[in-house]
Design a protein around this ligand. Structure first.
Ligand code: SF4
Length: 416
């Protein structure tokens, strides 16, 4: 019998080679996944649950209550969606348009600018399959996949044999890490770990560009010029190099100009080509960014208004809450009350909240309407966009008792 494979939605890697052993219609054993994926897929599926003001109600009552909150709002905020399918995200964008809502996701305070620049073709990018098959340099900058995406190194970036890399990491691949601390990934990189002080990345980039251009690299934190020149030489010899950019680098840079300059220099000086892949954490944050970009030309922080779209930092979740411009919030698969700074998140307690989430969260506990949805890949099918932009379709592993985000959002649309 042909083996059946499932997709893990535990992180932005969307591993599509997961084998499951079922026990009484539930997932008994998970094979191939990492420890995060096993926990994610085995998380016991729950019953459907609809709450209004903390009291159990039926589905119709919860949807009608949520619709009346949204109808009454002058400027509702729709936020989250990094752990929803592409199909649910499309529905949420339709909903935002219909409601003249402000729409944002977590990328407005993490990798959004980088993904926007990739979609605007300011960086060369490639797929993870290209990395496995061809890459000789995997450069982890401000990212630690050994912890955040546990199968990244074994499935794609360092350990596997690839079509053009049959001799593997022992002879044909070099892994490099730049970070402010010796992360688990940095330990795997051995001598090719370059430690920078917090906020020192832009200066390190400048010095590396100097080294690549045959000049003496200097930094105010006195990074040994000899070691920087050695790094420049390794990079110059690359035939297929990839920089995996994490939040550590993005938070350290004021803007993307130094990174654009570095990629241009690498592509001019190296033997082969250099590419960049963002280390997206939530399994479908990139999907949200791409779908919104296709529709509006922006990856996040938009406000729909009678057929037109406004965009800017003022429409991000953080600034909208700070300025108190939103008067209701629909939160999908996110917990801003727990994750945003209290000084900003507390504004959510002043407006009616609706949450759609598989888990009970601080936000769902404070919500006027709370609906439990099924976990994608376990209870709900659909598709998602991997961190490198590849579309990954998936089907549910079990018969769900809970509705998917897409189903809930469709019903909400009908009720409006
Ligand atoms: S690396 Fe990510 S997608 Fe792959 S099994 Fe682990 S959690 Fe799931």
């Amino acid at each position: 019998m042909e083996k059946e494979y499932y997709v893990c939605t535990g992180c932005g890697l969307l591993c599509d080679d997961i084998e499951l052993e079922m026990e009484k219609d539930l997932i008994g054993k998970v094979h191939t996944a990492c420890r995060v994926g096993v926990a994610h897929m085995k998380e016991s599926p729950g019953e459907a649950e609809y709450l209004v003001d903390g009291k159990k109600v039926d589905e119709k009552t919860a949807i009608e209550e949520a619709a009346s909150v949204l109808k009454a709002a002058r400027n509702p905020l729709i936020f989250g969606l990094g752990t929803s399918t592409n199909e649910a995200q499309k529905k949420a964008i339709e909903l935002a348009e219909k409601l003249n809502a402000t729409l944002d996701d977590t990328s407005s305070f993490c990798l959004g600018p980088l993904i926007e620049a990739i979609l605007q073709e300011k960086f060369k990018t490639c797929t993870l399959d290209d990395v496995r098959n061809k890459a000789d340099i995997s450069f982890f900058w401000g990212s630690d996949p050994a912890d955040s995406h546990p199968r990244h190194l074994s499935k794609f970036s360092y350990f596997p044999r690839g079509q053009e890399k049959q001799r593997g990491w022992e002879e044909e691949r070099t892994a490099i890490a730049v970070d402010i601390r010796k992360s688990h990934t940095a330990k795997i990189c051995g001598n090719e770990f370059y430690q920078v002080p917090p906020g020192g990345d832009a200066e390190f980039i400048e010095a590396l560009i100097a080294g690549l251009s045959g000049k003496l690299p200097k930094t105010s934190f006195k990074f040994p010029p000899k070691k920087l020149l050695e790094l420049a030489n390794i990079l110059k010899g690359a035939r297929f190099g990839v920089i995996f950019v994490g939040l550590g680098l993005i938070y350290s840079l004021e803007n993307l100009e130094p990174l654009i300059k570095l990629m241009d220099t690498l592509n001019e000086k190296a033997k082969g080509d250099f590419y960049l892949i963002p280390m997206v954490g939530h399994y479908n944050m990139r999907g949200f960014n791409e779908t919104l970009f296709e529709k509006t030309g922006f990856v996040n922080s938009v406000k729909f208004e009678e057929g037109s779209v406004k965009h800017g930092p003022g429409y991000s979740v953080v600034e909208s809450l700070k300025a108190k411009t939103v008067d209701a919030a629909l939160i999908i698969g996110s917990d801003p009350l727990a994750s945003l700074p209290h000084s900003i998140a507390k504004q959510l307690l002043e407006i009616p909240l609706i949450t759609i989430d598989p888990c009970e969260t601080l936000s769902s506990r404070k919500a006027k309407v709370s609906i439990r949805s099924g976990v994608s890949g376990v209870e709900a099918g659909g598709s998602a966009t991997r961190m490198d932009g590849v579309q990954v379709p998936f089907r549910p592993a079990i018969d769900a008792k809970r509705p998917s985000d897409e189903e809930i959002l469709s019903k909400l649309m009908e009720a409006l």
